[in-house]
Design a protein around this ligand. Sequence first.
Ligand code: ADP
Length: 164
Amino acid sequence: MKKVLFPGSFDPITKGHMHIISQASDIFDEVYIGVLQNLSKSSFFFTIEERLEMIKQLYENDDRIKVVTGRKAVSVASEYGCQYIIRGLRNTIDFEYEKNIAEINQDISKNQINTICLFADSTLSSVSSSTVRELFQLEEEIDKYVDFGVKEKMLRKRREKLWN
Ligand code: ADP
């Protein structure tokens, strides 16, 4: 059985991420979405628990897609028996960044885990979680970039923040 880990912050998961997950599930038997705390990012819109729950709901009807968490991508991959890590490429900046991480992960996993990169859908290559959060804060439409359920959770979170 071929398994792959797709690690990321997913704050929130976007249609760009979902495109990568859909391509990965065409190639692999099981896709593990790893919701990880990116230590280089300081502030988050959703907690890890909220992100896990939201992504589980999105894929509740697909038993080949699992949603997990952990501290380090390489450890999570070996914990779940994933031989590969998958990442998405939108542009050359992503390429440079991903190449570095892939080499480090290959090194710390002692060549046990390799990274495969898939290209972004051309209509979604400008989409990132941070642009979605910014557009949302400016009260712009985000329907093109996130699933309806994700937008609903963002609206709920905003209402909760206003009440507290
Ligand atoms: P991280 O904090 O690890 O960068 P992200 O959630 O921002 O987590 O991204 C996870 C992965 O998804 C990265 O490989 C990133 O390049 C990829 N990605 C993000 N947005 C898109 C998109 N619109 N299309 C394709 N891949 C994307």
